[in-house]
Design a protein around this ligand. Structure first.
Ligand code: PHE
Length: 494
């Protein structure tokens, strides 16, 4: 209604000078008119200018005096024409209940009746004049009727008596805008069948390519899974096959013994490894291979002197949560050794468990990335070459190697890379060539060498996503918002 009134008026008239006046004349609500003005302005149907009017209105106290008369006149009238009256008497007469209040008729009346020199103050009060005029009331009535009194009186009512205040009124003056039309076209917003049928008559709303879409209410992939996918892709590009890792529970035999890790090794202590209560032992191991493993631990063979201790089957039978995915590698290599040999490249990325003190960078469970290559006559040079190829695909080209120790590899190397952000060399993985004491009891040909390496998935993920507390990445304290908001992983792109 207001829209038609405004556009219609502008068809024959140059300008709406005052939206307030316009509203009154057209019997419209001014707030509604203002809304329409803003909308038409946004579509450039009209141009408009702010106008502001300041007017004087009565405060609640002012309204009261305009209706009932000023307190000073009430005070004056309560004083007898002849003689005097005590203050206490006056108080009872004028403000029997609220005389203590600073705004009581008695209090205010006494102040201004004295200032106006209408009465004589003190304990006894008497009149000084016989007739007074209620100027305050008359001024207030004038203002109520829309007349402006002289500046001095207005100031007195505003600042000294606070009976009048300013009210700011805001409105608009309105003229035709560049897109003016007597009637506003409404835009079609949908490419519906109907709209496409009468497209000639319609005006379509422009596409807003900057508008944000509805947030998609869907599942989100955890950062660890995104980074895992990237590592998996790298292994697949390099021609590696994935090993089956679907057994968190493993026997000590495959996790340690098959890897030539002696039974007294500190890692095999319950302080470092979670052993299972039920079922506490494994049901089945390949007996002839177990015998060869026992032999190599106790007395060696294949050119080794062994560890020279009494190897116990019960220790090998104990079930545990695998402490590394190298347990998977040992099973795979044993399976490979049973068939006529073919060179293989294997990888796995899955969860491992360690009985560790939990802190900012350690949890009792994490994920390991593991790769291995087995072939005739591989050397340490091949290991270094494969590692350089692998890490360069992650965008890491500057590698250094440091001699290390693992019970199942010889030689062993820790892998370091220079971290630009931290300005130092950081350890990024562990590697080595599996020992003959591990490979030969399996039955692999004598000249077959296996090069292998492992790293955690959490560490590169934390670096990529700038997370410095592992508990923000994994476990029950993880903020689901992080998973919803995190960007896709960008391994290797600097
Ligand atoms: N198993 C080692 C670890 O848990 C990693 C590794 C794998 C080292 C293969 C050498 C060879 O840290």
């Amino acid at each position: 209604m207001a829209e038609e009134a405004i556009l219609g008026y502008l068809l024959d008239n140059e300008e709406i000078t005052d939206s307030g006046q316009f509203s009154d004349e057209h019997n419209l609500n001014h707030d509604e008119v203002v809304n329409v003005i803003k909308r038409l302005h946004a579509f450039r149907y009209i141009d408009c200018q702010n106008i502001k009017r300041v007017s004087s209105v009565l405060t609640d106290e002012g309204k009261k005096y305009a209706a009932e008369g000023s307190p000073e006149v009430h005070y004056f009238l309560a004083v007898p024409a002849e003689g005097s009256i005590s203050k206490d008497e006056l108080q009872k007469k004028l403000s029997p209940c609220d005389w203590k209040s600073k705004t009581s008729v008695f209090r205010i009346g006494s102040i201004y009746a004295v200032i106006n020199k209408w009465v004589e103050g003190g304990k006894q009060v008497s009149r000084k004049v016989q007739h007074v005029e209620d100027k305050v009331k008359n001024l207030l009535l004038q203002i109520q009727e829309g007349m402006e009194p002289d500046e001095e009186s207005l100031n007195y009512l505003k600042t000294t008596r606070r009976l009048v205040e300013e009210k700011v009124w805001k409105g608009y003056s309105v003229k035709k805008g560049p897109n003016y039309a007597p009637k506003r076209m409404s835009f079609a917003t949908d490419l519906s069948r109907e709209n496409l049928q009468n497209w000639k008559e319609l005006e379509f709303k422009e596409y807003n390519f900057n508008a944000k879409g509805q947030p998609v209410d869907a599942g989100h992939v955890h950062p660890l899974l995104k980074v895992r996918k990237q590592f998996k892709d790298i292994f697949l590009q390099m021609g590696f096959e994935e090993m089956p890792t679907n057994n968190f529970v493993e026997s000590s035999f495959w996790n340690f013994d098959a890897l030539f890790q002696p039974q007294q090794h500190p890692a095999r202590d319950s302080h470092d490894t979670f052993f299972l209560k039920a079922p506490s032992t494994t049901r089945e191991l390949p007996e002839d291979y177990v015998e060869r493993v026992k032999q190599v631990h106790e007395s060696g063979g294949y050119g080794s002197r062994g560890y020279n201790y009494d190897w116990k089957r019960e220790e090998a039978n104990k079930n545990l949560l695998r402490t590394h995915t190298t347990a998977v590698s040992s099973r795979m290599l044993y399976a490979l050794a049973k068939k006529p040999f073919t060179p293989k490249k294997y990888f796995s990325i899955d969860r491992v468990f360690r009985n560790e003190a939990v802190d900012r960078t350690h949890l009792a469970e994490f994920h390991q990335i593991e790769g291995l290559v087995c072939d005739h006559g591989l050397t340490l040079g091949d290991l270094i070459g494969v590692l350089q190829d692998f890490f360069s695909r992650l965008g890491i080209s500057n590698l250094r190697f440091k001699p290390a120790y693992n019970p199942y590899t010889e030689p062993s190397m820790e892998i370091f890379s220079y971290h630009e952000g931290l300005g130092k060399w950081v350890e990024i993985g562990n590697s080595g060539m599996f020992r003959p004491e591990m490979l030969l009891p399996m039955g692999l040909p004598e000249d077959v060498r296996v090069i292998a390496w492992g790293l955690s998935l959490e560490r590169p993920t934390m670096i990529l996503y700038e997370i410095d507390n592992i508990r923000d990445l994994f476990g029950h304290k993880v903020d689901l918002g992080l998973i919803k908001r995190n960007p896709i992983c960008r391994i290797g792109i600097e």
